[in-house]
Design a protein around this ligand. Structure first.
Ligand code: AHR
Length: 501
C-alpha cells in the first residue's frame, strides 16, 4: 500500500512539553520494593536504590515522576513514611490489600528523584485524608523553616525545602473503587478547599484536579465539566487517565483504540474551552495525563491476583508482559498525546517498574526492557520541539467501533536545538507493508537521514524469555529523492525517521 506525508518548515504547531515524558511510581506490587528500591540487591547504591533501574531510567530520558499513587494515596498517611525507618509503622494497605512496611517514603522518593534527575510530582490523599493533612505535607516539603512541619523535615536531615512544584489533588476520585470516592460536586468542593489552602501556603505551586479516570467511565465528560466548573480558577491541570486492553478484539480493532484516545483528548479540550468561556477568564487549564498505558491483562485478573495474595509485602501482582502488538498501541497513545501538545502538557506512563511497566526487575536479579520501552525511549529522546503540521494521504480501514482508521499513524516534530525534523510512524496493518513517501518542503538538503524501527515477525513476541527479542534496530539509510525520501514500513512496525540539517 502507498501513502504520502507532506510537511513544510514554515508550518509549526505547539511545542511538546518536557513533562510529557514522565512516569509513575506507586506503592503497588513490586513497583517500589524490588523495583526501584532493593537495599540487598547487588547493584544497590548507599541508599538502597537499584543502580540498574536508575541507569535504565536515564536511557528513557524521563522528565518527571508522579508519586505515591494511584489508588494507594487515597488511604495513605505520608507521616508513616518519614523519620527513622525502625520507628515507621507497618500498615494494612487497602487499595491493593497488602502490607506496607513504609521502608520507602517521601524522603526516599525525593532522594531517588534527585538521582534519577526527574521532577517529582506529588499526589495528596483526598480520599481518607483532609485539607489539613494536605497542608501539613506541603508545609513539610516546601516551607523553609521555623514551623512544626518544616522543623520535622529538618529533623529528618533535610534542611532545604524541596520546593515541589506540581501537586495532584487526590487520585481517580470519579471511580467507585477509590477510597473516599464521592460525587463530582462533593469532590470539587473538597478539592477547591484543599487547593485554595495549599496555594495560600505556597502560591508558587501548580495544582492538578481529578478529571475522568478513563474515556469509558459512564460519568465522562459530565464529571470533568462539573469539577472544572467549581475549580477552574484555582487549578492548572485536569488530571485524566487512560488505559486500553482489548487484545481479544483482534489487531485491527485493538490498534484502532488510538482513535478513541484522540476523541477523549478532543472532548476534554472542549470541556476546558467551555469552562473557560463560562468563567470569562484568561486563565488556562491544561491536561495532565498522569497515568496512561496499555493494559495487557483483563483488569479482573488483577483483582483475582490481589484476592489470591492478600496481606503480603510487595506481592508480585499485575506483572503484565507486553507483546510487540501491545507496543504498537502504546506508541500510538503517546503519539496522540504529542498531537494534542497544545493542551496535553504532562504525561506519566504508568507504571515505571514491574506493573504495566517498561522496565522489569527480578528480585536479586537482572533488569530487562519490555517491548514498550523502545518506542517510549525513542519518542522521549527525539520528540521534543515544535509539532510540524502534516498532510497525510493514507489508506484506511474500518472495524466495529471505528471507521476511517488510517493505516499510517504519525507525528512530526521540528527540534530547532538539534536542527532535526523527526517523524514517528506506526504501520497499523497486520499484513501489508506501507510504501511511505515523505516530502519535506522548505528545509533544504539534510546532512543525513537516520531511520530506526521496531519490528517483530510474530506480533505476539515478548521480551520475557529472550530479553532482546524485540528491540529498536537501525535501518539502512532511506532512498533520498527531490524533496524527501521513500521508505518501506513492514506490517505492524514503529519508526523514528530523523532528518538532520
Ligand atoms: O495500575 C495503577 C492503578 O490504576 C492506579 O492505582 C490507579 O490510579 C489506576 O486505576
Amino acid at each position: 500500500m502507498d501513502c504520502k506525508l507532506i510537511c513544510n518548515a514554515a508550518y509549526l504547531g505547539a511545542r511538546t512539553d518536557d513533562r510529557l515524558f514522565g512516569s509513575f511510581i506507586e506503592h503497588m506490587g513490586r513497583v517500589v520494593y524490588s523495583g526501584v528500591y532493593e537495599p540487598s540487591h547487588a547493584s544497590a547504591d548507599e541508599d538502597g536504590f537499584r543502580r540498574d533501574v536508575l541507569n535504565a531510567v536515564h536511557d528513557m530520558h524521563l522528565s518527571c515522576v508522579r508519586y505515591p499513587g494511584g489508588n494507594f494515596v487515597s488511604n495513605y498517611n505520608w507521616r508513616d513514611g518519614v523519620g527513622p525507618r525502625a520507628e515507621r509503622p507497618r500498615r494494612p494497605e487497602l487499595a491493593w490489600r497488602s502490607i506496607e512496611t513504609n521502608a520507602f517514603g517521601l524522603n526516599e522518593f525525593m532522594q531517588w528523584s534527585q538521582k534519577a534527575q526527574v521532577e517529582p510530582i506529588l499526589s495528596v490523599n483526598l480520599g481518607t485524608g483532609s485539607v489539613q493533612s494536605a497542608l501539613e505535607l506541603l508545609e513539610y516539603c516546601n516551607f523553609p523553616a521555623g514551623t512544626t512541619f518544616s522543623a520535622l523535615r529538618r529533623s529528618h536531615g533535610v534542611e532545604k525545602p524541596y520546593n515541589i512544584r506540581l501537586w495532584c489533588l487526590g487520585n481517580e476520585m470519579d471511580g467507585r473503587w477509590q477510597l473516599g470516592h464521592r460525587s463530582a460536586q462533593e469532590y470539587a468542593s473538597l478539592a477547591a478547599q484543599a487547593g485554595r489552602a495549599m496555594k495560600q501556603l505556597d502560591p508558587s505551586i501548580s495544582l492538578a484536579v481529578c478529571g475522568s479516570s478513563k474515556s469509558d467511565m459512564p460519568s465522562f465528560p459530565d464529571w470533568d465539566l462539573a469539577v472544572l466548573e467549581q475549580t477552574y480558577d484555582l487549578v492548572d491541570y485536569l488530571s485524566v487517565h487512560q488505559y486500553y486492553g482489548g487484545q481479544t478484539l483482534g489487531t485491527a480493532a485493538f490498534l484502532a483504540q488510538a482513535i478513541d484516545m484522540d476523541r477523549y483528548l478532543n472532548t476534554l479540550r472542549s470541556a476546558l474551552c467551555v469552562t473557560k468561556q463560562r468563567w470569562k477568564t484568561s486563565h488556562n487549564v491544561y491536561l495532565s495525563l498522569d497515568e496512561w498505558g496499555v493494559w495487557a491483562r483483563p483488569a479482573a485478573s488483577v483483582d483475582q491476583e490481589v484476592a489470591a495474595h492478600p496481606w503480603q509485602i510487595a506481592p508480585a501482582i499485575s506483572e503484565q508482559i507486553y507483546t510487540h502488538e501491545d507496543a504498537m498501541l502504546f506508541s500510538s497513545m503517546l503519539l496522540s498525546m504529542l498531537r494534542h501538545a497544545d493542551i496535553v502538557k504532562i504525561g506519566c506512563q504508568a507504571l515505571l517498574t514491574n506493573i504495566s511497566a517498561c522496565l522489569m526487575t527480578e528480585p536479586n536479579g537482572g533488569l530487562w526492557r519490555q517491548t514498550t520501552y523502545y518506542p517510549f525511549a525513542a519518542i522521549s529522546a527525539h520528540g521534543r520541539g515544535r509539532l510540524l503540521q502534516t498532510v497525510l494521504d493514507s489508506p484506511a480501514y474500518s472495524c466495529d467501533a471505528f471507521t476511517e482508521v488510517p493505516y499510517l499513524d504519525h507525528v512530526a516534530v521540528w527540534n530547532e536545538a538539534k536542527r532535526e525534523a523527526v517523524f514517528f510512524a506506526v504501520n497499523r496493518s497486520p499484513d501489508e507493508s506501507l510504501n511511505l513517501q515523505l516530502s519535506l518542503q522548505g528545509f533544504g538538503s539534510p546532512k543525513n537521514i537516520v531511520h530506526d524501527q521496531l519490528y517483530a515477525q510474530n506480533p505476539f513476541t515478548t521480551n520475557q524469555l529472550q530479553h532482546d527479542a524485540v528491540t529498536m534496530q537501525r535501518c539502512s539509510t532511506p532512498k533520498e529523492n527531490a524533496d524527501g525520501c521513500t521508505l518501506s514500513l513492514p506490517p505492524l512496525s514503529f519508526h523514528t525517521i530523523r532528518f538532520l540539517y
